[in-house]
Ligand binder design. Structure first.
Ligand SMILES: NC(=O)C1=CN([C@@H]2O[C@H](COP(=O)(O)OP(=O)(O)OC[C@H]3O[C@@H](n4cnc5c(N)ncnc54)[C@H](OP(=O)(O)O)[C@@H]3O)[C@@H](O)[C@H]2O)C=CC1
Ligand SMILES: O=C(O)CCC(=O)C(=O)O
Length: 432
């Protein structure tokens, strides 16, 4: 069904202090703040507060014990003026319509910051994948693909992995969609295993871009990476890859975490030795490290760079005053609420936003989509080179706005995105 009024409408209040710190509320307030810096028609900004479409589906699952359970799935399609909707599918108990809409708005900005020919989408199922067997995950994913068949497609909406999903889910999704279409359609999703049209380097790409952007920011502020301490919350696709690359490049990664807690070594952890979420979920907190901490304590460590790379809304008004990091690089989507972001801005703590920092994922997804529709395969070296190039170009576009307009990194990134989106709408003549 199409979206309920409370999601497509104005249910999110704008009043200071009374607003829930949800992904949608945060995305809308970020949009309004950034809109003041760009010469874009006010009607376009009003339109961008809402998704084009919200699909909600029931996903029945026959459990291994024979019982039937029905889960709720969503796909929010925010804006496609620059190209097909693009964005991940998340399996997490807290997935809901508003979260998907907020995340899909960030995908629109992310694709525009990277100048990719895509718009923004996001979806998922409200389920804890750890409660499912592999067979159950396969049946759930195949059924989800069947339910979404009319709204996805290589030129319409191209899903990808997000939290709780990975290459295997994308493989099942692609297979189920292809069976319905009667032809193998690798371009319907990205983040697949390379053997069926996935791109080399996609899995580590968001973590790689987090590391590249952190390296550029360290350079921008005239720090030395060899003297930089880093704490990373979440050790999955994004967190583990970012931590290991920064470790390789000389930084001291002193703390990493999984859902159960953090490990800490003030002299720097050997991040290659710590098993990540994909290798063995839940193993980080079981690692033999000098000290253990809670996830809350990790966020408040006195480090140079804090990289929240797990769930959203972890830096809030409740803990922002206790944050000691000199810089925050957002590996997760939406880890900082609007109110906390404002406090950090007032304190002069740079926050390198998600829509730039973790954009390596969707950028290599774009490379994968190009490889699929052209039936070509790129080498890992080529993927790394082109990703580095794309990240440096996006960094430069955002940095220019920071320096020329004296903006925060987030406002600068959104300014770049909104001018490109506004321009595209004006040029196409698609007025709201
Ligand atoms: N995958 C992708 O392509 C991209 C993902 N992102 C964003 O990055 C973030 C992480 O995604 P991804 O790395 O894919 O996810 P994964 O599922 O691969 O890993 C998530 C990690 O976070 C930990 N975690 C889960 N819940 C919590 C919690 N409440 N507190 C602390 N740690 C927790 C998990 O621990 P455990 O192992 O114990 O479960 C795991 O280490 C999300 O915000 C996602 O939207 C952004 C761009 C691209
Ligand atoms: O690779 C993609 O298409 C999207 C990845 C994603 O969901 C994200 O960047 O948040």
């Amino acid at each position: 069904m199409d979206g309920p009024d409370e999601s497509n409408g104005e249910a999110v209040p704008d009043g200071e202090g009374t607003e829930p710190e949800t992904a949608l509320a945060t995305a809308r307030r970020q949009l309004e703040r950034a809109a003041a810096n760009v010469d874009v028609d006010a009607g376009v900004i009003t339109r961008l507060r809402h998704p084009t479409k919200l699909q909600q589906v029931s996903v029945p699952l026959r459990r291994d014990d024979g019982s039937l359970e029905v889960f709720t799935g969503y796909r929010a399609q925010h804006d496609d003026v620059r190209g097909p909707y693009k964005g991940g599918l998340r399996y997490h108990p807290e997935v809901n319509a508003d979260e998907c809409i907020g995340l899909s708005m960030w995908m629109t900005w992310k694709c525009a910051v990277m100048d990719l020919p895509f718009g923004g989408g996001k979806g998922g199922i409200a389920v804890d994948p750890k409660d499912l067997s592999e067979d159950e995950r396969e049946r759930l994913t195949r059924r989800f693909a069947e339910e979404l068949r009319d709204v996805v497609g290589p030129t319409q909406d191209v899903p990808a992995p997000d939290m709780g999903t990975g290459p295997q889910e994308m493989a099942w999704f692609m297979d189920a969609y292809s069976m319905q279409e009667g032809e193998t359609t690798p371009g319907v999703v990205t983040g697949k295993p390379p053997v069926i049209g996935g791109s080399y380097g996609r899995e580590e790409a968001p973590g790689r871009s987090v590391a590249i952007v952190t390296r550029e920011a360290i350079d921008y502020y005239d720090w030395d990476i060899e003297d930089t301490t880093v704490a990373v919350q979440g050790f999955g696709s994004v967190g583990a890859n970012a931590a290991r690359l920064l470790d390789d490049w000389g930084a001291d990664v002193v703390a990493v975490s999984d859902v159960d807690g953090a490990i800490y070594d003030p002299d720097g952890l050997d991040t290659q030795d710590v098993e990540g979420h994909d290798e063995r979920p839940g193993m980080v907190s079981g690692y033999d490290a000098p000290e253990t901490l809670s996830n809350a304590d990790l966020l408040e460590l006195d480090v140079d760079v804090l990289i929240p790379a797990a769930v959203g809304e972890v830096i809030t008004t409740d803990n922002v005053d206790a944050i000691q990091a000199d810089m925050i690089v957002e590996g997760a989507n939406g880890p900082t609420t609007f109110a906390a972001d404002t406090v950090l801005g007032e304190k002069g703590v740079p926050v390198i936003p998600d829509v730039l920092a973790n954009a390596g994922g969707v950028t290599v997804s774009y490379f994968e989509w190009l490889q699929d529709i052209n039936r070509r395969k790129w080498s890992l070296e080529r993927v790394h080179e082109e990703l580095e190039q794309e990240m440096l170009e996006a960094w430069e576009a955002v940095r220019t706005q920071v320096d020329e307009q004296d903006l925060t990194w987030r406002d600068a990134a959104l300014t770049v995105a909104l001018s490109r989106i506004g321009n595209a709408k004006e040029t196409r003549g698609l007025w709201p």
